[in-house]
Design a binder for this molecule. Structure first.
Ligand SMILES: [Zn+2]
Ligand SMILES: [Zn+2]
Length: 254
């Protein structure tokens, strides 16, 4: 059963339609047209099996085989029921109520007892197993009970700090981004993930900060940025030279 991301997170009452074999109502399972007889197969005497005698170099061998005249049913139906064509069983589509458990994950299965196929000769019905396939979400990425979300933020927001609004599956949440936050920083929103399907608590949401570089800027913005860069003290050279130093040190092995 394929379900949406949010249906898996919060669960849902739904229905599934299943093909189910049932006794044919028209002939009450006999397979014969109303008012016509069901005859015992004369070839096998109703046992459904015949003995075949073979002459082999070791003597006569007797094999028992399925009777080809009645296909092992032991019965011959001269006039077959139009509904089931003699099988006595019909395939119906049956609707079954299913509760998708909150927190279910892709590939997990649910047992619905007694909703499988009817047992042979009036035996108890089997169980129905539903395997869930969960569709991916456009933005939220699920890992176990945790959810990951990349949130785009501007450079000034990271440099100066800001309070941003972050979507979660439980609604929007305010998040304080401290001044000087680096891109790629992971903030954890406790309890904002998925409820564990077995009742073991609740997952978290991880907010991964991603700086976005403006593709279009006004002349004024460019001018201010150039000015910012020229003041220095915070130039990328500072970071890159320390990066080069670090790499040099690891190459030397000290
Ligand atoms: Zn037969
Ligand atoms: Zn029938």
């Amino acid at each position: 059963m394929t379900i949406d991301f949010m249906e898996a997170v919060f669960g849902k009452e739904t229905e599934v339609e299943l093909p189910k074999e049932e006794t044919c109502d028209t002939c009450d399972g006999s397979g014969a047209k109303k008012g016509t007889p069901v005859n015992t197969c004369s070839h096998c005497g109703g046992s459904g099996q015949i003995s075949v005698t073979q002459n082999t170099p070791l003597g006569q061998m007797v094999n028992r085989r399925t009777c080809p005249h009645c296909q092992g049913t032991g019965k011959i139906i001269p006039e077959k029921c139009n509904t089931c064509h003699g099988s006595g069983r019909v395939t119906k589509r049956k609707k079954i109520k299913v509760t998708i458990p909150a927190g279910v994950d892709d590939g997990q299965q649910l047992r619905v007892s007694g909703q499988g196929e009817a047992g042979v000769n009036g035996g108890p019905s089997g169980d129905l197993y539903i395997v869930f396939r969960v569709r991916e979400h456009e933005s939220f990425v699920r890992e176990g009970d945790d959810i990951y979300l990349e949130v785009p933020v501007t450079f000034p927001q990271l440099a100066l700090g800001d309070e941003i609004e972050v979507p979660t599956v439980h609604g929007n949440v305010k998040l304080k981004v401290p001044a000087g936050t680096q891109t790629g920083t992971n903030f954890r929103l406790r309890g904002k993930g998925v409820k564990n399907v077995h009742g073991h608590g609740q997952g978290d949401q991880h907010v991964i900060i991603k700086v976005v570089t403006p593709k279009k800027m006004t002349e004024k913005q460019k001018e201010l940025l150039r000015e910012f860069a020229s003041i220095g003290g915070n130039s990328p050279d500072e970071y890159s030279s320390s990066l080069f130093d670090k790499i040099k040190r690891t190459l030397k092995g000290d």
